[in-house]
Design a protein around this ligand. Sequence first.
Ligand code: FE2
Length: 225
Amino acid sequence: MQNAKKQFNQSVVNGFKKEGMVVIDDILPLPWIDAMRYWALTTEYDPNQIYSGGYRTRDFGESYEGKPGGPFPIPELQQVIQLLSQYDILKDKRFCRGWFFIHQNKCPGVDPHADPAAINVNIWVTPDWCVEDHNKNGLKVYDTKHPDDWTWNDYNREREKIDNFIKDSNAKARKVNYKWNRGILFDSSYFHKTDSVHMKPGHHNKRINFTFMFIDKDKNAQDYI
Ligand SMILES: [Fe+2]
């Protein structure tokens, strides 16, 4: 058993080194997935905060210290971080910030961008039976990182600049299909985007992804901006 765990951990490290991304199915215990989904479906949102891709978001982590709900509004978030931190690939990293995105039932989703961290862990918490179009709802992770001299604003927000760079550098999109309780670990500096969203009607069917951002232990979040 111990040996199997070691082998699995090594396969994750090897996969990440080779591709810069790894997919891990059934990554979390289902009661945690349910708790995260329930929280995302029922928590209150700022009615004015809706992104153009058709999703709303709620952050968590240290920056919420002292604010309503605190840094971890549900205990499962800390349990997830503890579990993820046991992976060898994350042992020299620490959790920095996280969020969920809850998408409108049919929408484009998140535009191509990269994130200010070392490794992103994306986890889908909406069951597969909520999906209307199984060709959509996944994630596309390009095989190209943002240039070192780009600022956070360049690689996260400048839509036209990002689109042109992806086109000019001939970046290939690696498609990861949507799956309940599927985790995707990828180098945060790869451009990535939602593979558009089409779920069944109804609030409970909305596509929800959680993201946990990890940074190098010897760095600060600011170092990535
Ligand atoms: Fe992202």
